[in-house]
Design a protein around this ligand. Structure first.
Ligand code: ATP
Length: 326
């Protein structure tokens, strides 16, 4: 019902729509329309009403992250055509997993939350997810015949898509830290999390999660020194629905490239955008700690670290710290 009201108001942006017309379109009473309008106003829509005339939407929504607004901006073929929206959830990853269990054909379904109580990073590390400021999403991706060794490239593609979307909003200096973080001046602005299932080396489905710090004016104490947001970097409030739909557009394109042309283009872009190669890194791996020079990535995207002439392959479960940042 909200969608019908919004369609009508957007069609007449800046002009009054009579209450009679709304009632007719919806087949409900004036009171029912009025209640809906009140809800939309609570969401942040600048709708004004005049008893004698009807309702007017004064301006396009600036930062309302509901499916209607995301879909209005989407330019994808499949990603985000179906959206599950939560004002509050434990984690969009859990919700996506649940959806996938019920419907193995949920390819392209997007789970969006305004707030997460147990947002997570890799190795079950916590992803702080305060309400109404940022982006927390998980995308269900069920490719046909994708090799499980494409997983890192998928993660890279997601970070690259986020980097491209940030640059649409004036953040040109974002870099990607191996394997999954998008950084601005070595502070984390976004994180990517990939959870996959496979059978006999073939990736059957994936949940691609990402969080972007968008309109947070201040970072919580525990990540003050290591994290940043788009607002902190630019002093501007960003329309999250546009940022998200742009990210999905880039991601859909990049994953199509991965599927149709293989990994090389994705790895090449990652190399162009990364902030890790050539730096001294400290790796925490399975209780072991070593320091070396991040030399390169291999053909699958694993990090190759030169430790005193001995090249070690770093896997994605490991934690990477820049030695000069400690
Ligand atoms: P680390 O950042 O600890 O080196 P990592 O890069 O693998 O590890 P992830 O698992 O991707 O990190 O994300 C979890 C970590 O990110 C947390 O341990 C915390 O340090 C940091 N973090 C949590 N919430 C946020 C957030 N909203 N923005 C930026 N960083 C965050």
């Amino acid at each position: 019902m909200n969608e019908v009201i919004l369609d009508e108001l957007y069609k007449n942006l800046g002009k009054y729509v009579t209450s009679e017309k709304m009632c007719e379109k919806l087949g409900v009473s004036r009171i029912a329309v009025w209640n809906r309008i009140k809800n939309l106003q609570k969401l942040g829509y600048k709708i004004e009403g005049k008893r004698s005339v009807g309702y007017v939407l004064k301006e396009e929504a600036k930062d309302i992250l509901i499916p209607y607004e995301i879909k209005r901006r989407l330019n994808t073929k499949i990603f985000g055509k179906k959206i599950e929206y939560f004002r509050l959830t434990s984690s969009t990853m859990d919700e996506a997993e649940y959806i996938l269990e019920k419907d193995p054909d949920a390819h392209g379904t997007l789970v969006v939350a305004e707030e997460q109580t147990s947002g997570r990073g890799r190795q079950k590390r916590k992803w702080l997810s305060p309400r109404g400021k940022n982006i927390y999403v998980s995308l269900i991706y069920t490719p046909k015949n994708m090799d499980v060794s494409d997983s890192i490239a998928m993660m890279f593609a997601t970070s690259i898509a986020i980097k491209e979307a940030l640059s649409d909003f004036g953040i040109e200096n974002a870099k990607i830290k191996w394997p999954n973080d998008v950084m601005v001046n070595d502070k984390k602005i976004a994180g990517v999390l990939l959870e996959t299932r496979s059978e006999a080396g073939v990736l059957t489905n994936a949940i691609i999660g990402f969080g972007i710090n968008v309109n947070m004016e201040e970072m919580p104490d525990e990540i003050k020194d290591t994290a940043t947001s788009m607002y902190i970097e630019t002093n501007n409030t960003v329309d999250r629905a546009t940022l998200l739909s742009n990210t999905l557009f880039y991601l859909e394109n990049l994953l199509n490239i991965l599927v149709n042309e293989g990994r090389s283009k994705i790895l090449e872009l990652w190399k162009e955008y990364n902030n890790t190669l050539g730096r001294k890194v400290e790796i925490h791996s399975d209780g072991e700690v070593f320091v070396g020079l991040a030399k390169d990535i291999d053909k699958d995207g694993f990090l190759l670290v030169d430790v005193g002439g001995n090249v070690k392959k770093v896997v994605t479960a490991d934690s990477v710290r820049f030695v000069d940042e400690k």
